[in-house]
Write a protein that binds this ligand. Structure first.
Ligand SMILES: [Mn+2]
Length: 324
């Protein structure tokens, strides 16, 4: 872990901040993924069980993608409008920058103590205490370390949430982030009656039929640039309307497209309702894709990153190819 201004022991500093807090306010990044939600909810469960005053939220549009709807504790979250404006101690999860906190950014700036829990190498270390471990497979791994330092027990709900964080960010124990420590944590979590098959199906496999048809459409339109070992497709508002699918449901499309044997880098562009293009990039490992994301105001990891852009999807693809 790397220390912020708080000193050489950020884990100890974070635990001390939580121990001394009147109220702890938890927030993860906008359009949260399984790690963001899972790591935040896990700490929510642990602190509630310890009788602590704790509140949790994530930014507008305050909507959870369908495959996360079984995560225990979503009903405990408050809308961003009800989040404290000047939290005593605030903890952010999986958020590489203040901007990723959307309309909760002012709360982070107004917090007396801000603890940043993350594993993105691009993390801007915007906290009073920065618990940032780029070697951690998931933010959930960092949360586990914090819970251990707090001396608080996990319960079943917290274990389910941490397990979701772990499987989402390791691609079900397939990505290069899958270390022995990951399996150690998974073993520990599955002692708590984690419903592994149901969770796996809900997180990774189950989709509405309408999504499968949109997927067929998106795959049919995909383009391969063989000389660049690059494959991409776009999901437009028109496609979403035609199939009756929401943009949140399309998150896993890139994991299908990246199966193309000819491609090193995979790119999915999603057109938002306001015309902004949300870009996701994945690399098999030979090409770093975080640079192009950071250059466009986004972030991520060397082999998985994303950003938002303006303009026509073909222009955005051309810019990416020029930058890679
Ligand atoms: Mn993560």
């Amino acid at each position: 872990m790397t220390g912020g201004p708080a000193g050489p022991d950020p884990l100890g500093a974070a635990a001390a901040a939580v121990d001394g807090a009147r109220q702890v306010a938890l927030a993860c990044h906008v359009n949260p993924d399984g790690d963001a939600l899972g790591s935040m909810l896990a700490l929510l469960h642990v602190l509630r069980a310890a009788g602590r005053d704790v509140v949790a939220s994530f930014p507008t549009p305050f909507r959870v993608a369908p495959h996360y709807r079984d995560l225990p504790g979503l009903d405990l979250l408050v809308p961003p409008a009800e989040f404290p404006t000047e939290p005593d101690v605030m903890i952010t999860f999986d958020s590489g920058s203040l901007a990723r906190l959307g309309d909760l950014e002012p709360a982070a700036k107004g917090a007396r103590v801000l603890v940043v829990v993350d594993h993105h190498v691009s993390n801007e270390r915007f906290g009073t205490v920065n618990l940032v471990d780029p070697d951690a497979a998931a933010s959930g791994v960092v949360v586990q370390a914090l819970v251990d330092r707090l001396g608080l027990p996990l319960d079943r709900d917290a274990a389910v949430c941490l397990y979701a964080a772990l499987v989402c960010d390791t691609g079900r124990f397939q990505y290069s982030s899958t270390t022995p420590a990951v399996f150690d944590l998974a073993r520990r979590l599955t002692e708590f009656d984690v419903p592994v098959p149901e969770l796996s199906r809900r997180l990774f496999e189950e989709h509405r039929f309408a999504y499968l048809q949109l997927l067929g459409d998106a795959l049919a339109r995909a383009e391969l640039v063989p000389e660049r070992r690059f494959v991409w497709t776009a999901v437009t508002q028109d496609m979403l309307r035609r199939h009756g699918v929401t943009i949140d449901e399309v998150e896993g499309l890139i994991d299908i497209l990246r199966r193309a044997e000819e491609a090193e880098v995979t790119c999915v562009l999603k057109e938002e309702a306001d015309g902004t293009v949300r870009v996701s990039l994945r690399s098999l490992g030979a090409v770093a894709v975080d640079g192009v994301a950071v250059a466009h105001g986004g972030g991520g990891h060397r082999f998985a990153s994303g950003f938002s852009a303006e303009g026509d999807v073909r222009d955005v693809v051309a810019r990416i190819l020029a930058a890679l």
